[in-house]
Each structure stands twice: as C-alpha cells, then as structure tokens.
Design a protein around this ligand. Sequence first.
Ligand SMILES: Cc1cc2nc3c(=O)[nH]c(=O)nc-3n(C[C@H](O)[C@H](O)[C@H](O)COP(=O)(O)OP(=O)(O)OC[C@H]3O[C@@H](n4cnc5c(N)ncnc54)[C@H](O)[C@@H]3O)c2cc1C
Length: 248
Amino acid sequence: MTLFFVATKEENTQSLDWAAATEYLLERTGPMTSTGITQMSGVLYSSLADRENQQPDLQFFFNGFYAECSATGAIGEPVGDCPQKGRNITSNAVSLRPRSVGYLTLNSTNPLEPPLFFPQYFSHPDDMVMVKDGGRYVRQIMESEAIQSKYGVKLDPAYTYVCDNRVAQWSDEWLECMARWYTDPQNHQVGTAAISRVVDNDLRVYNVTGLRVIDASAIPILSTGNPQGAIMMVAERGADSIKADWSQ
Ligand SMILES: Cc1cc2nc3c(=O)[nH]c(=O)nc-3n(C[C@H](O)[C@H](O)[C@H](O)COP(=O)(O)OP(=O)(O)OC[C@H]3O[C@@H](n4cnc5c(N)ncnc54)[C@H](O)[C@@H]3O)c2cc1C
C-alpha cells in the first residue's frame, strides 16, 4: 500500500532546481548528490511474522518528490503554473511474504499476444493484516517527533479523501480502504514456471527437449525482499547448466 503525505515546513526541505544543478556541477555537493527516490528502505515484522526465525515480512520505501517542475526546461522559468506543487512524500508498506497467489493463462495461440494476468491481490486475508500493520508503522514514523518538528508531515488530502469520506482516518477500515485504492504492488512476480513444477533443477522444462526457462518465473517462492539478486543467481545457474551440457 502507498500512503501519501505533504511536508508543511517547506522551508526545511531542499529543491531540485537549477541552483541545485549548478551547485552539483561546480561543487559536487547539495541535493543532487542523493541517489534519488527509494534511497531509503527498511524491513520490519508484522503481527504475522515468523519472529523466531528472524523473518521480517514488511518492507518500506520512502519517496520524496522535490523537483521544481518545468514545462519547457528553460532556466528561470516561472513554476507558478505547475500542477505539481509542494513537497510530496510517499511511503510504501509492502508485504514480503504474501499468501495470495495469482496466475497467468494464455490468451491466444499467437505467441506474440500477451498472456492474461490475474494477480488476485488480497485474496488471502492475511495479506490485508500484514499491509495494515505496515500502514500503522508508517503512521508511527510520520508522526514521530523527529519528522514532525522538522518537516510537519501531514497526510495528503488529495489522496485520502476517497477513504476519509467513508471512515475515520487511521481506523482499521480506513487502512483497508487505502490498501485497496492504492495497492501499489511491487512487480515482484515469480513462480509461473517454477522449479519442480514446470522445470527441473537445471531449469529444463519437463517433457520438452531443448527448452529451458531461466528467469523469475523459475523461482518457486518469493524471496524476502527485492528479487533481482535471486534472479541473477538463477541466470548464472542456467548459464552454467547450458555450458555443462554443451561441453559433454
Ligand atoms: C517498475 C519496476 C521496478 C522494480 N524494481 C525492482 C528493484 O528495485 N529491485 C528488484 O530486485 N526488483 C525490482 N523489480 C522487479 C524486477 O525488475 C523483476 O523481478 C525482474 O526484472 C524479472 O526478471 P526476468 O528476467 O524474469 O524478466 P524481465 O526482466 O522482464 O526480462 C524479460 C525479457 O524478455 C524480453 N522478452 C519478452 N518477450 C520476448 C519475446 N517474445 N522474444 C524475445 N524477448 C522477449 C523482454 O524484452 C525482457 O528483456 C522491479 C520491477 C518493475 C516493473
């Protein structure tokens, strides 16, 4: 789920503007030295987490949007007409051990046609419990003395009004409403051609000669975190396996 905030103490924030670009080019200092959005992340335990085995099941991302928008890119252009105003901050509370399982089906016999994708988010009730726990952590962080005294962060009404009109802010029902409106899945799909179900340990498709699946779909269950590292390991394994076959 993504929650949207604004910083009311703009004077304590920095701008990504021409002055910042100049500072970076001349001094190599200032806000442009940051690696940009998603530079801060962390993991925590939901109420359903396996704490005994130290398996955090929630991940958090924090994004700050502080570029001065520009219609033409011209130096000194007035920003008054920009639709994007203020200092927007988003925080994503992400379930790392989702119980809901989606599926893919073929849409056509034409291999160039995209398949049909049914993610089935929140089809298992535990996922909503985890994500709502994540939302409560986000509240704790955003309402902390450190964040409030410096940035005066508040929920952004442009996003919350949909749920504010139905139930009280931060109630269980409100968190569920926000999770359903702003589900924001993290594109970490795996397992559609999983090892032991569709492919063997050497990533060869069962009962089909000369065909391997070497990508995220071969990973049977989601890694607890961003999957790119695990996918590269699958790729390395697949490459080794092909080389071993051809060297015989
Ligand atoms: C917006 C976004 C942000 C993400 N951020 C992160 C992150 O920060 N960290 C992380 O770990 N993961 C992240 N992920 C997830 C990660 O990118 C994916 O899990 C990963 O790329 C999947 O790897 P893959 O090799 O299985 O598939 P892909 O990377 O999708 O590769 C499939 C390739 O096959 C090609 N292809 C498709 N059809 C054909 C065809 N018919 N013929 C030939 N080629 C074809 C495609 O062009 C593509 O190059 C993110 C995903 C998205 C969408």
